[in-house]
Design a protein around this ligand. Structure first.
Ligand SMILES: N[C@@H](CCC(=O)N[C@@H](CS)C(=O)NCC(=O)O)C(=O)O
Length: 223
């Protein structure tokens, strides 16, 4: 039987959009069933078609409700299960947290294109002017939010909130590309990277890569 909450997600190593609601669910201890789709397989589109109106992951299925796209999924979880605890309590902080989230979600196209989250890779960092601007913007967002709104905890707005779930894939990508950040931004990224659930995600990404590697070797030997 299916659990009450079902998250349709993509590969651990590449699906940054899946990490966000997954991390929110984990951090707030919400039980869920996960339906993983291997986006790198030829039949991915067919499987996506079974679950996802947008043919993308993540998708949240809760009883007869289907929500797709990381941001509305987080909002739905916040409304339905967290009684608003997904966002900072203070209205001013909440407004800024939502603005940062919207920016992370809809913007940073150079970053997402040139430095996508690839959990298993250590990459030589190459940048161009557009990417440099976006890295600097991320750095200043992190430093500024920590300085202005970070009281009451070590996350971006103090206590863990939806915006940290959106920052996690950026922190992984910044780290794997060896970005040079200012001290407050680097400290915040390190906090995200040492979050137990982010570590769990990264571990599973590593296992996923080993499996892919082993299947490729087996196929090569069989061939
Ligand atoms: N804005 C969407 C982005 C979703 C998205 O791009 N998902 C990727 C994986 S991270 C996907 O499903 N790709 C499948 C494909 O393009 O075939 C969200 O935040 O949920």
């Amino acid at each position: 039987m299916m659990h009450e909450l079902n998250l349709v997600s993509g590969n651990r190593s590449i699906s940054s959009a899946s990490l966000t609601p997954w991390l929110l669910l984990k951090q707030f201890g919400l039980g869920f069933n996960e339906i993983s789709i291997d986006l790198l397989r030829d039949d991915a589109i067919e499987k996506l078609g079974w679950f996802s109106p947008s043919l993308k992951v993540p998708v949240l299925i809760h009883e007869d409700v289907k929500v797709w796209d990381a941001l509305p999924i987080c909002e739905y979880l916040n409304e339905s299960f967290l009684e608003g605890r997904g966002w900072p309590t203070h209205q001013k902080k909440r407004a800024s947290a939502r603005s940062v989230c919207a920016e992370l979600h809809g913007d940073f196209s150079a970053f997402k294109q040139q430095w996508p989250m690839q959990c298993h890779l250590r990459l030589v960092a190459r940048t161009d002017a557009a990417l440099d601007r976006e890295i600097a913007r991320l750095d200043s967002m992190m430093s500024c939010c920590r300085r202005k709104y970070g009281d009451g905890g070590d996350y971006l707005f103090g206590q863990f909130s939806i915006v940290d779930a959106f920052m996690a894939p950026f922190a992984i990508a910044l780290d794997s590309h060896g970005a040079q950040l200012t001290a407050p931004a680097a400290e915040y990224c390190q906090l995200l990277l040492s979050n137990p659930y982010v570590l769990e995600w990264l571990y599973e990404a590593q296992m996923e890569q080993k499996q892919t590697h082993n299947s490729t070797v087996k196929l090569a030997k069989a061939g």
